[in-house]
Design a protein around this ligand. Structure first.
Ligand code: FAD
Length: 272
């Protein structure tokens, strides 16, 4: 499969990338790891006239601590995140999520920024970011915005990032010492979630249960009210619109969401 013709521009800095995006407007797309964008182009689901390659901007590859936050650059790969000592200590849920993405090739090319902007409701980083209460930082030519993960995902493959903006970093509150759980049912190894559940610090998020990653608010309420893990898990599929495809229908995915929520909460509370 051959993608449609496009013009290739390599940005050497964030400023250069922003100026190329401003110049080409809706015609341009950012290229990071290319592991979602290029398949979309080959399938003719995306047809950008210009690709702005940000892959060599070293500033976007850093992982660092800033007070009680872990700051992860947009170009950090899934493999880098899965093996980082800082993330292992402060964000073990994210390390687990990143380590479960695809195969080694995908994990060494794909980036957290690309995964978040691609916004597949079955994907791992969006699920982990929402469960963790992360903040997504985007830079435009005029302003920098900090977007809470609860407001970042707007629908299928749609986020709050504007065409002339670059996702530059993601800020996660440290979860060192907190109980957490990450459960992902897959139909085949190296695959996206049939259903995914992530929980840390009383937040519970679901993958493949709607047009975007969702909070399981009913389950969170039950947990906060002290009703116990099973009562919380029983409410996991409330107010969801599960994806329907060859891997499962509404009833099946709702059942799996309840099962995985119970498992994730049991892991988080050490009662599993
Ligand atoms: P790209 O493909 O380069 O870009 C994706 C989108 O984000 C494009 O629209 C691009 O313009 C935009 N973009 C990228 N970076 C930025 C930025 N900094 N600012 C603004 N816009 C940006 N994902 C999972 O979650 N779980 C899986 O199990 C899984 N399995 C996979 C298996 C295979 C075989 C493949 C090919 C992919 C799989 N993926 C999976 C997807 C993978 O994680 C991708 O790497 C990821 O979705 C996109 O990251 P990328 O860096 O490759 O982004």
């Amino acid at each position: 499969m051959i993608p449609p013709l496009f013009r290739y521009e390599r940005a050497g800095s964030v400023e250069q990338a922003l100026s190329l995006l401003a110049e080409h407007g809706d015609e341009a797309k950012v290229l990071a790891g290319g592991h979602s964008l290029l398949p979309m182009m080959k399938l003719r689901l995306a047809n950008p006239a210009v690709l702005v390659d940000i892959g060599r901007i070293a500033d976007l590859r850093q992982i660092r601590l800033d007070g009680d936050q872990v700051v992860i650059g947009a170009l950090c790969t899934h493999a880098q995140i899965a093996s980082s000592a800082v993330i292992g200590e402060h964000l073990p849920l994210l390390a687990r999520a990143a380590g479960m993405i695809g195969d080694p090739q995908v994990r060494h090319r794909g980036t957290i920024g690309g995964s978040l902007v691609h916004a597949d409701p079955k994907a791992d980083h969006p699920l982990a970011a929402l469960a963790s209460g992360a903040t997504i930082v985007v830079q435009g030519s005029q302003a920098r915005r900090e977007i809470p993960s609860d407001e970042f995902f707007l629908g299928y493959f749609t986020t709050a990032v504007e065409p002339d903006e670059l996702l530059v970093e993601v800020r996660f509150p440290s979860a060192a010492g907190l109980g957490w759980g990450y459960e992902k049912l897959v139909a085949r190894s190296n695959d996206w979630a049939v259903v995914g559940v992530a929980t840390v610090g009383g937040r519970i998020a679901l993958a493949a249960m709607g047009d975007r990653p969702l909070r399981a608010r009913g389950a969170e309420e039950a947990l906060a009210a002290g009703l116990g893990i099973q009562a919380a898990a029983d409410r996991a599929a409330e107010d969801t619109e599960p994806n329907v495809d060859i891997s499962g229908d509404v009833e099946y995915r709702s059942h799996i969401a309840r099962v995985l929520t119970r498992r994730a909460l049991a892991a988080a509370t050490g009662s599993g």
